[in-house]
Design a protein around this ligand. Structure first.
Ligand SMILES: C[S@@+](CC[C@H](N)C(=O)[O-])C[C@H]1O[C@@H](n2cnc3c(N)ncnc32)[C@H](O)[C@@H]1O
Length: 443
């Protein structure tokens, strides 16, 4: 049997002997707990060296010497971790620690260790530590199950906790429920009210307790600008009732997500706001289709633009002429209905008509498909293929690079062949939209 303690290491000295993989895993956790870490090892991993260079720990670049634990020259140690590849050194350190009644975690021999590190993790403001009678894999599995349950809300961490207040703007990622951040998921599990967008990972809502109010922002009536005002009003109103509101949005709230407007509306009314960044579809969409936004030797720059109005619309502030002159990648959101006008504007401003284009529809969702064309052919191919929003348009040589690297989803049949264009592209791309065929999905 063990006696599980939560050590409050803030400002206390901890000695780590050995600078290999075990130390690399343990040291960051000790630092996060506020410990003053001294590391003794003639060599350390690059990560530990970086921490030493940044002054986050003190590194004695040498082997262990008897007296290091006891004498107090290096610090008054409350805890020792020893993880060298020499069992004799490990035993000597553990023995010295025992002699001065300092707990010592010995990585190579748990039976000879006076203390064990539990498998630990945090979720929903709770820290969990599991010791499974010395079976670290079982402990890690249980730790994962508990932290996942807390994050998902299937274990109700709200009970007995100080309730959260205000509004959290949570970027929900591109749609796949696995692509929300851990923090976002944790806050969602604490929500009293969720105000949700159409493109957010709505399948997560099913896991929330029945008493959570779900406000479907997509269904709030009236015109577009009034809708935003209404959303702002709902956020402020519910938060002022003392309920914790999660505003769950698609992608990242601050990239074409009007997140800043919502944050400002809350701040104006004295409602505290937390912003949780999300995985934006602008980068996740191409990535999920196997297209890198940048690629060494191909594209050093990536430009993300909104085409919710066409290039020739007087409300457009996008400099399409500048985008035509760059060699890098252009990622267009909200552009699929205006793809013809976008392609014409880029060609008109001098971008090569055979510049490759990919359209990724329903990125990261089970219905994801990718259509490949060129600037010259994309309008026809998109129409013929029935491409619909939501979709990300990727323009640039990275599309061909993905094909050449054989990572464009559904592209294995065409590896090494010339860039796709025209009707054959529509057919092949459509055939190829079965991204699972080669088993090379990125997610
Ligand atoms: C109003 S913008 C919101 C963007 C969002 N804030 C983000 O960071 O991903 C909506 C556009 O995002 C793109 N989009 C969002 N989710 C998508 C998905 N799963 N697949 C493809 N495009 C997506 C589409 O271009 C869509 O028209």
């Amino acid at each position: 049997m063990t006696y599980l303690l939560g050590l409050r290491l803030d400002g206390r000295d901890v000695l780590v002997v050995g600078g290999g993989r075990v130390a690399q895993r343990r040291v960051p956790v000790l630092l996060d707990a506020g410990a003053r870490v001294t590391l003794i090892s003639p060599e350390v991993t690059a990560t530990l060296e970086d921490l030493a260079a940044a002054g986050r720990l003190s590194w004695e670049r040498r082997g262990y010497r008897p007296g290091d634990v006891r004498d107090g020259d290096l610090g008054d140690f409350w805890l020792v971790h020893v993880a060298t590849d020499d069992p004799g050194v490990n035993a000597a350190v553990a023995e010295e620690a025992d002699s001065v009644r300092v707990w010592c975690v010995r990585a190579d021999d748990r039976h000879a260790s006076s203390a064990w590190t539990p498998a630990s993790g945090s979720a929903a403001g709770v820290t969990v530590g599991v010791i499974a009678d010395g079976d670290p894999r079982r402990a890690a599995g249980l730790r994962d199950a508990v932290t996942e349950g807390l994050a998902e809300g299937t274990l109700d961490a709200r009970r007995g906790r100080e309730p959260l207040r205000g509004v959290a703007l949570v970027g929900g990622g591109p749609g796949d429920p696995g692509l929300i951040t851990v923090r976002g998921r944790q806050l969602l599990s604490q929500a009293d009210v969720v105000v949700v967008d159409r493109l957010a990972p709505t399948s997560l809502l099913d896991q929330l307790p029945g008493d959570v109010e779900i406000v479907d922002a997509a269904k709030i009536p009236y015109g577009r600008s009034t809708t935003q005002e209404e959303i702002n009003r709902v956020l402020v109103d519910r938060a002022k009732q003392g309920r914790f509101v999660v505003r769950l949005k698609g992608g990242d709230s601050f990239l074409f997500g009007r997140g800043a407007e919502e944050a400002a509306a809350c701040v104006r009314e004295g409602v505290p706001v937390t912003v949780v960044p999300g995985v934006t579809s602008a980068l996740a969409g191409p990535a999920a289709a196997g297209i890198p936004a940048t690629h060494r030797g191909v594209a050093q720059d990536v430009h993300i633009v909104s085409a919710h109005v066409a290039p020739d619309d007087e409300r457009s502030t996008v400099d399409w002429g500048a985008l035509a002159r760059v060699n890098g990648t252009v990622v267009v959101l909200m552009g699929v209905e205006r793809i013809g006008a976008i392609a014409a504007a880029l060609i008109g401003h001098g971008r090569a008509p055979d510049t490759p284009v990919a359209i990724v529809q329903d990125a990261t969702l089970p219905t994801q498909r990718t259509v490949v064309a060129t600037l010259e052919t994309v309008e026809g191919i998109a129409a013929e293929g029935g491409v619909r929003p939501p979709a990300i348009v990727v323009i640039g040589e990275v599309v061909n690079a993905a094909r050449e690297l054989d990572i464009l989803h559904g592209g294995p049949d065409h590896a090494g062949s010339p860039p796709l264009s025209g009707e054959s592209a529509a057919r092949s791309a459509d055939d190829r939209s079965d991204t699972g065929r080669k088993g090379n999905r990125v997610l």
